[in-house]
Design a protein around this ligand. Structure first.
Ligand code: NAD
Ligand code: IPM
Ligand code: MN
Length: 322
């Protein structure tokens, strides 16, 4: 039986994930859904936001639907999200930013770079080691190139090789992988790339970059489609996969039923695609489009629909297609 771990997490995770989960349950009542509790709430109860037990539970799932985690106020803080990505070796982070006349897939390396976790801190000086390995770069480059081939598209490599030795290695490996695969590619410095994506989004297809650059680029690019409430993501490894909105737990709007559930719903569609249900996944986007076209929107898009109400409209539309 297909098992889906559902992690609401914190903040608006408790609001947007139930909507996404209901859509999965309607399309796949035969899947087994089980909750895994990690994050701030878990930290308040146990002093630990995510223990080995929860990691083991997540590993029993065929796919994970994930909300967002608030940074717990711990000394020697280790991000729960990063812990899970590393423990499950979810090395490829796909962040699609799609509008009417552009379709960009940001492919973010998800396990190393500035997120190596190799850090030292004294009151006088703190350092974080930016690690770029051949193995890490080759596997993310290949993941991005597979996508370019499927989309019959183009690869852009985002880096800062004019300053960082680690990005000379990253850029060179990506270029050499692209050459041997025979895909067309170009490369750009990440700062110039950030502006150019905003100015000429239609010029981009697949953009591959290192960990923190991909993090920043994806929040920035969400501006093109109406903000963070709209952009989903897939974190994929060779054995496990986790699907989550690009946004965080949004404490400023949590508990008010105003968060946009579209990013979470789209993440659920990416989960279905991963599990091989292309038909189910394909029902989701047109349903969102029809609801938006009726002028039904959450507050971030200038509307007044609540999270649950917007979700109900999408769910009703999907049910009509079944
Ligand atoms: P955030 O993404 O939570 O929020 C940034 C802004 O976007 C806020 O104004 C918020 O209201 C808005 N926003 C986000 N999602 C929205 C939605 N679905 N609908 C409408 N508006 C939305 O980022 P932040 O405020 O910098 O971080 C808050 C917490 O979330 C922090 O503890 C951070 O560490 C955590 N975080 C977690 C994840 C994750 O778990 N994957 C990702 C990013 C941030
Ligand atoms: C994201 C988030 C995470 C990241 C944080 C919460 C660790 O910003 O998923 O984009 O930096 O990757
Ligand atoms: Mn981020």
């Amino acid at each position: 039986m297909t098992k889906i771990a559902v992690v609401e997490g914190d903040g608006i995770g408790h609001e947007v994930i139930p909507v996404a989960r209901r859509i999965l349950e309607i399309l796949h009542p035969e899947y087994e859904y089980f909750p895994v509790d990690v994050g701030y709430g878990m930290w308040e109860r146990t002093g630990c936001p995510c223990a080995d037990r929860e990691i083991d539970e997540l590993k029993t799932a065929d796919a994970i639907l994930f909300g967002a985690i608030t940074t717990p106020p711990m000394k020697d803080y280790q991000s729960v999200v990063l812990r899970i990505r590393k423990a499950l070796d979810l090395y490829a982070n796909f962040r699609p930013v799609k509008g009417e006349w552009f379709d960009i897939m940001i492919v973010r390396e998800n396990t190393e770079g500035l997120y190596s976790g190799i850090e030292e801190s004294t009151p006088e000086r703190a350092t974080t080691l930016r690690v770029v390995s051949r193995r890490g770069s080759e596997r993310i480059a290949r993941a991005a190139i597979r996508l370019v081939q499927q989309r019959r598209g183009h690869l852009t490599i985002g880096h800062k090789a004019n300053v960082l030795k680690s990005d000379v290695l990253f850029r060179d490996i990506c270029m050499s992988e692209a050459k041997s695969a025979g895909v067309t590619f170009n490369d750009k410095f990440i700062d110039a790339l950030a502006l150019d994506i905003l100015q000429h989004p239609a010029a981009y297809d697949v953009v591959v970059t290192t960990n923190i650059f991909g993090d920043i680029l994806s929040d920035m690019a969400s501006y093109l489609v109406g903000g963070l409430g709209l952009v989903p993501s897939a974190n994929i490894g060779d054995r496990y996969a986790l699907f989550e909105p690009v946004h965080g737990s949004a404490p400023d709007i949590a508990g008010k039923n105003i968060a946009n559930p579209i990013a979470a719903i789209r993440s659920a569609a990416m989960l279905l695609e991963y599990l091989g249900d292309r038909k189910g996944a394909a029902l989701v986007e047109p349903a969102i489009g029809r609801v938006l076209a009726q002028g039904i929107r959450t507050r971030d898009l200038g509307g007044s629909a609540g999270t649950r109400e917007f979700g109900d409209f999408v769910i009703r539309d999907i049910c009509q297609q079944l």
